[in-house]
Design a protein around this ligand. Structure first.
Ligand code: TMP
Length: 209
């Protein structure tokens, strides 16, 4: 059981496309709420009107190509709006924040996926975010093939989802590598049935927060 006397925490959910982030984001929010805490659910790219407009640009296709560096700058422009207008104010009011993707996605997608040097992302991250980072990050992990199959079935593909399988493999590996570097990460095997995934998530929250 999560103790309702604790201050709000910032929880992020990460993973490649098709691993079931959305349903687990809502599951986590319900767990937190059922324990007597106020919680908001938000997402990146997005989370404020300006950041959602930037999301539209990021996911759309134009006649000109979107440079990797442009993606990076747009993501951080939206992220700054999101952090300053939504995430920090909620945390300051003692609310919990559950966010579908955050900075780790930039290291995975723009770093490993697009090939931008990690040091460059570190630099902009430090400049835009300072020391601000999630308290806990759940990485939903599944083989790229299985996740890919799910996307193909379910959705109209956006600009990023249209990338090759090898792009998502690099992203998956980057997430797994980052997970080894800090105790804030928990890797959950998302190829298991949803009930098993949720029970693992429940244990992570129960034990650590
Ligand atoms: P999703 O939130 O619906 O999964 O879609 C957002 C897309 O944006 C997804 O393909 C991952 C991508 N993305 C990045 O490339 N970098 C980032 O930093 C974030 C937050 C998302």
């Amino acid at each position: 059981m999560i103790h309702s006397t604790q201050k709000g925490k910032f929880i992020t959910i990460e993973g490649i496309e098709g691993v079931g982030k959305s349903s687990n984001v809502n599951f986590i929010a319900n767990l937190i709420q059922n324990a007597g805490n106020e919680v908001i659910v938000t997402r990146e790219p997005g989370g404020t009107p300006i950041a959602e407009a930037i999301r539209g640009i990021l996911l759309s296709e134009f006649e000109e190509t979107t440079l990797a560096e442009t993606e990076l700058l747009l993501l951080y422009a939206g992220r700054l709006q999101h952090v300053e207008h939504v995430i920090k104010p909620a945390l300051n009011q003692g609310k919990w924040v559950v966010c579908d993707r955050f900075t780790d996605a930039t290291y995975a997608y723009q770093g490993a996926g697009r090939g931008i040097a990690i040091e460059k992302i570190d630099e902009i991250n430090r400049w835009a975010m300072g020391n601000f980072h999630p308290d806990l990050t759940i990485i939903l992990d599944a083989p790229v093939e299985a996740a890919f199959e799910r996307i193909q079935k379910n959705r109209n593909l956006d600009r990023i989802e249209k990338e090759k399988m090898s792009f998502f493999e690099k992203i998956r590996q980057q997430y797994l590598q980052m997970a080894k570097q800090s105790e804030r990460y928990y890797v959950v095997d998302a190829s298991n049935p949803l009930a098993a995934v949720q029970s693992t998530i429940q244990n992570i929250l129960k034990d650590k927060l």
